[in-house]
Design a protein around this ligand. Structure first.
Ligand code: EPZ
Length: 421
């Protein structure tokens, strides 16, 4: 078990490059199931969730090899279409294999994802979408069993945009017979990265980057290579870290257009930034943030995966801000831990009212989930004194070498082995 020991108050200074996007990798990897041949996925982040997805693909019979950040997958050796509970319960994105498996093999048995640190995280849109494409779906002992002789095209409408359901249905539709329209599709960049990969394999998809995807099914998908997009959530997290520590950093090699909503909110809080297509500079020396309200929404709105980080940021702002999560109504496990640093936060329904305090004070705090742990690290970086963040395994799911990146920017942060849980 690891913890971070952080001595706060050091301004972050320097240049950094973000890793490939976790949520792009977790969509690109299952897509390999559809390819006839070996695929290459460049800029793959070395994260526990990526290792878990590799284990899942291996359990199906595929071979995976990660050399540095180049991931090679050959799914032609798949001889099993069952995704076991032991793996799916570790990572709900495992559910992404359902669409490609039933589309390619006509059969898939995938464990229901099970619980998460917050919820509920339903899968009804995945199921309804696959049923519309002609899959027969049954629930057997906690597993979803999907069968189809040959999927057929359909018109699919999502009541709410869903990243996972859009990915699953898209990966099913590309090999279905006939045309499919996915209306109210998720527009997250990770879905566009997936669609681009499928097109490189020979899929016929139009409307990429829009909420209406049109697919013309094909019989065969070839192998292909794809570059994983930079992680917009890691970039946003580092920008907030620089703002909270009154630092001055430059982030290279990111898609600035993927974080316009985050930039807009940071600028509203009084931050000066300069940016072009793929780098951004922030100078927060002698800066104190204004309290700014945020409400999360589907892309291109403000991302729920940056909600916890904004609460940490507003904890040291000048008055009171309300942060509302319209995607997950109870994603606030980080709040009691931030309050141990002295933050003044009140949660009611799916909103948190954050009254800024002059200074946070270091304490021992505990991670509960991936983005919560990021917000606790942000709090520790800004706090006076020493903060210990326990259960860092949550953070290792979605941030590659975060402490090395922060150390390179001047943070006083150590990863320490501990028996504490
Ligand atoms: C993806 O989860 C991300 N995970 C999440 O990131 C992210 O928070 C989420 O999208 C929202 O952006 C991956 O990409 C691996 P959704 P996903 O389906 O696909 C409702 C992180 O920290 N919904 O887009 O599971 C759902 O309740 C993780 O990196 C249904 O109602 O999220 C939610 O309110 C956490 N029925 C909304 O849609 C369904 O069948 C969006 O969820 C599916 C979803």
């Amino acid at each position: 078990m690891d913890k971070f020991v952080i001595r706060g108050g050091k301004p972050l200074k320097g240049e950094i490059t973000v890793s490939g996007a976790k949520n792009a990798s977790l969509a690109l990897m299952p897509a390999a199931i559809l390819a006839n041949g070996t695929v290459k996925i460049y800029n793959t982040p070395r994260l526990n969730d990526v290792f878990t997805m590799s284990k899942l693909l291996n359990s199906l019979g595929a071979t995976t090899e990660l050399n540095d950040h180049e991931l090679i997958i050959n799914a032609q050796t798949i001889n099993n279409q069952v995704a076991p509970y032991e793996l799916v319960k570790k990572m709900r994105a495992s559910f992404y294999v359902l669409g490609p498996l039933v589309s390619k093999f006509g059969y898939a048995k995938v464990s229901l994802p099970g619980g998460c640190a917050w919820g509920p995280r339903p899968i009804n849109l995945h199921i309804e979408g696959l049923k519309r494409l002609g899959a027969q779906i049954d629930l057997e002992d906690g597993y979803i069993v999907a069968k189809a002789k040959k999927l057929h095209g359909a018109r699919i409408n999502f009541d709410t945009p869903s990243v996972g359901a859009t990915g699953n249905v898209l990966m099913a539709a590309v090999l279905a017979k006939g045309g499919t329209i996915i209306n109210n599709a998720a527009m997250e960049p990770e879905i566009s990265n997936l669609a681009e990969f499928l097109v490189k394999m020979g899929a016929k998809i139009s409307g990429i980057n829009t909420s209406i995807l049109e697919v013309e099914g094909v019989d065969y998908l070839d192998f292909a290579a794809i570059e994983t997009i930079p992680d917009r959530i890691e970039a946003g997290t580092l920008l907030v870290a620089a703002a909270m520590t009154k630092g001055e950093i430059k982030i290279n090699n990111l898609e600035v257009k993927h974080i316009y909503s985050i930039i807009a909110k940071l600028e509203e809080s009084g931050l000066k930034m300069t940016y072009n297509g793929n780098h951004i500079k922030i100078n927060a020396a002698d800066f104190s943030p204004k309290s700014i309200n945020v409400a999360t929404g589907p892309f291109p709105g403000y991302p729920t995966d940056m909600q916890a980080q904004w609460i940490a940021y507003m904890a040291v702002a000048d008055s009171s801000a309300t942060i509302t999560d319209n995607i997950y109504f109870d994603r606030f496990a980080h709040v009691p831990e931030l309050m141990r640093l002295g933050a003044d936060i009140t949660v009611k329904d799916n909103s948190a009212v954050v009254k800024g305090v002059k200074k946070l004070k270091g304490a021992k705090i505990m991670s509960t989930d991936l983005r919560a742990s990021a917000s606790l690290v942000l709090g520790g970086l800004a706090a006076e004194g020493t903060t210990e963040v326990l259960r860092i395994y949550h953070l290792d799911r979605g941030y590659e070498n975060l402490e090395m990146k922060l150390k390179a920017l001047g943070a006083d942060i150590e990863r320490v082995k501990t028996e504490e849980f």
